[in-house]
Ligand binder design. Structure first.
Ligand code: SF4
Ligand code: SF4
Length: 84
C-alpha cells in the first residue's frame, strides 16, 4: 500500500531526502508521494522512512492502494531495474 501525504503537511522538506525511491516531491501546495514509486520502503528499510521523520505525522497508508509485500517487492525490483 503506497503512502500519501495529507493536507496537514507543513512543507518542512524533512521527508523528501529520506525516500530511497525518490517518490516524494514538492507539490503545488504540499509535498506529494508518487504511488508508482512508493514501496513502503520495502527493499530498502523495515519501516517507511518518511513516516519516521515527519514531525506532524501526516503520512498514512492509502487504503485505496492496497498492495501485498510481494507486490511491493516486485515494484521495488521494477524501480531498481529501471534505474540500472
Ligand atoms: S514509504 Fe518509503 S518509499 Fe514510500 S514515500 Fe515514504 S520513504 Fe518513500
Ligand atoms: S515531513 Fe511531513 S510535514 Fe514535512 S514535508 Fe514531509 S509530509 Fe510534509
Amino acid at each position: 500500500m503506497a503512502l500519501y501525504i495529507t493536507d496537514e503537511c507543513i512543507n518542512c522538506d524533512v521527508c523528501e531526502p529520506e525516500c530511497p525511491n525518490d517518490a516524494i516531491s514538492e507539490g503545488e501546495e504540499i509535498y506529494v508521494i508518487d504511488p508508482q514509486l512508493c514501496t513502503e520502503c520495502v527493499g530498502h528499510y523495515d519501516e517507511p522512512q518518511c513516516q519516521q521523520v515527519c514531525p506532524v505525522d501526516c503520512i498514512p497508508h492509502d487504503p485505496s492502494r492496497v498492495e501485498s509485500k510481494v507486490q511491493l517487492q516486485d515494484k521495488y525490483e521494477r524501480i531498481m531495474a529501471a534505474q540500472a
